[in-house]
Ligand binder design. Structure first.
Ligand code: G1P
Length: 289
């Protein structure tokens, strides 16, 4: 079945980015000239998906506004003959159909995904977490859709992390089927140090069969007292099977201060307008270290 819908949870408080995220959603923090959420939505569009479902909460309307048509701005830019800029701004509102659903209580990632149930219905869908930006030739989501068309089961994107960092992630244990593809055997959200031998960390890209919703309904609070998506994924693994996919590309944790700075450098070095001067500047800075 073709994948048409993407869920992007954006309801989180963004405490890791306070005070920057006090009055604006952390998803609206800028990387070069675009908010981080725009990179995520562009990945969705480039992967051939038709609809984005944002799971929001109070104080997140700036995200919805960003993807909406802004009549006044269009009018002012056009009047000032700033046509290129007007086209670029209007392009954002034409990117994709955006629907938003409220998560009324902060009960965890699993609970956030469950809020999309009535919009998704009975079809497989993708989930993208806004903190994880991936730079790759082929969008990470598209790579996963290609694998899904082959295996027909749910998939999580994984990357190897140092063993002393496994406690920060959902960790997957599996059996290698072939290059980059593992059949999942076990999964645990943020394992205590020393309790897993696997270094395969879930990063924020998932393709899920709609059975996940029934399993999420039954999922009780887990790590941190929250309803964890990883716990429902383990139930899905046991029920019908699931794959881990080592994607091609570089992932940045834009929800972390250092990861965010690294993302700015990587995306800045690829931005057509500033890349050359930025690269010269970085060389100069490096020579002074
Ligand atoms: C979430 C997931 C976790 C995953 C991580 C990837 O955790 O619960 O399984 O490894 O995203 O970024 P969070 O970082 O939101 O605590």
């Amino acid at each position: 079945m073709q994948i048409r819908k993407a869920v992007i949870p954006v309801a989180g408080l963004g405490t890791r980015f306070l005070p920057a995220s006090k009055a604006i959603p952390k998803e609206m923090l800028t990387i070069v000239d675009r908010p981080t959420i725009q990179y995520i939505v562009e990945e969705v569009v480039a992967s051939g998906i038709d609809q984005v479902i944002l799971i929001t909460s109070a104080g997140k309307s700036a995200i919805e506004n960003h993807f909406d048509y802004d009549y006044e701005l269009d009018h002012v830019l056009t009047k000032k003959k700033k046509h290129v800029l007007a086209d670029e701004i209007n392009h954002i509102s034409n990117l994709i159909d955006v629907v938003s659903v409220r998560q009324k209580k902060p009960l965890g990632l699993g609970h956030a995904i469950l809020q999309a149930r009535h919009v998704i219905g009975d079809e497989p869908f993708v989930v993208l977490l806004g903190d994880d930006l991936v730079l790759s030739d082929q969008p990470c989501t598209k790579q996963m859709i290609n694998l899904f068309e082959e295996v027909g089961e749910s998939i999580v994107a994984v990357q190897r992390v140092p063993m002393d960092q496994t406690y920060q992630y959902g960790i997957v244990e599996g059996v290698k089927e072939r290059d980059q593809v593992h059949k999942i055997k076990r999964m645990v959200e943020k394992p205590a140090p020393g309790t897993t031998n696997s270094d395969m960390a879930i990063i924020g890209r998932y393709i899920l069969q709609p059975e996940i919703f029934d399993l999420l309904e039954k999922t009780t609070p887990g790590h941190g007292g929250e309803i964890q998506l990883t716990d429902a994924l383990l139930a899905l693994t046991n029920k019908r099977g699931m794959y881990a996919y080592e994607f091609e590309g570089t992932r940045f944790d834009a929800g972390d201060k250092l990861g965010y700075l690294k993302a700015i450098i990587a995306f800045g070095l690829r931005h057509p307008e500033v890349c050359d001067n930025f690269s010269d500047h970085l060389k100069e800075v490096a020579s002074q270290l």
